[in-house]
Unconditional design. Structure first.
Length: 264
């Protein structure tokens, strides 16, 4: 993952230029307020270049970020030098504090292709939640994979263009999907420099995420369906919505029956 996102770091903001992060994070802020304490401490896991936490700063949050890619973190630090950023693998996320909101966005969890890795990441979320905090994450649906990962398209920016090459022909529940991103940046001399990054993801069915969350000490509160344009619906249809957005909290001690779940 680190190698792939290091190669993509300089082009990531161009790739995601059409994403409405302000609207998305506003919706997540509302979900957090509805289910949690309404506190303003957030840990953004897989924060990338900072696009997933900058709107929260504008909304009054104190932000801590973590990512596995040093190049992505370098871009984030350039945009938000006051934010505490940590070079960490989400599968080995230590206790960085007690946060009112833990986010993991842009299908970062789909990059984990084993169930042990998924449980480890979710356990890290639980480890960092305040008693009344909530975790919010998204994953790609089958409809999402049958679109982006089975198709190819071009994205153009200022002195940069990207070719997204979907390398998956068909996908069923629980399968993996692959794509390659070819980035072309114009150098000072006028030539083009080509960079390539390969990405392999796994589709996570709702049942497997629910089981992993339970093992990690989390209780899922909502599973919303997300359509392009940050249109959220109260139920997720894998054939219709491109993403599933999850809201979870730490399981109460009397529900979990295991106080070890709450140890850092």
């Amino acid at each position: 993952m680190a190698e792939s996102y290091n190669a993509l770091a300089a082009a990531y903001d161009t790739l995601t230029a059409g994403y409405d992060y302000e609207r998305w994070l506003a919706a997540i802020d509302e979900l957090s307020a509805r289910h949690g304490s309404g506190g303003r401490r957030v840990l953004d896991v897989g924060c990338g270049t900072g696009k997933s936490f900058l709107p929260l700063i504008e909304r009054g949050y104190s932000v801590t970020g973590a990512d596995v890619s040093p190049q992505m973190l370098r871009e984030a630090a350039r945009k938000a030098p006051a934010v505490a950023l940590h070079l960490l693998d989400m599968r080995e996320l230590p206790a960085l504090g007690r946060f009112d909101l833990v986010t993991c966005l842009d299908d970062a969890l789909n990059n984990l292709v084993s169930e042990d890795a998924l449980v480890a990441a979710l356990r890290g979320f639980s480890r960092n939640l305040a008693a009344d905090g909530v975790a919010v994450w998204d994953v790609n649906t089958l409809a999402g994979y049958r679109g982006a990962f089975c198709e190819s398209h071009l994205v153009q920016g200022d002195g940069l263009f990207l070719a997204w090459e979907g390398r998956t022909t068909a996908i069923a529940a629980g399968d993996t999907a692959e794509a390659t991103i070819h980035s072309f940046a114009r150098t000072a001399g006028g030539a083009w420099r080509r960079t390539e990054s390969s990405h392999r993801q796994r589709h996570w069915p709702a049942g497997r995420i629910a089981a992993a969350a339970q093992e990690a000490g989390l209780e899922i509160l909502e599973r919303l369906g997300q359509r392009p344009g940050v249109e959220l619906d109260p139920e997720c249809d894998e054939a219709h919505h491109t993403k599933a957005l999850y809201v979870a909290r730490r399981r109460s001690a009397w529900k979990g029956g295991d106080m070890d779940l709450f140890r850092p």
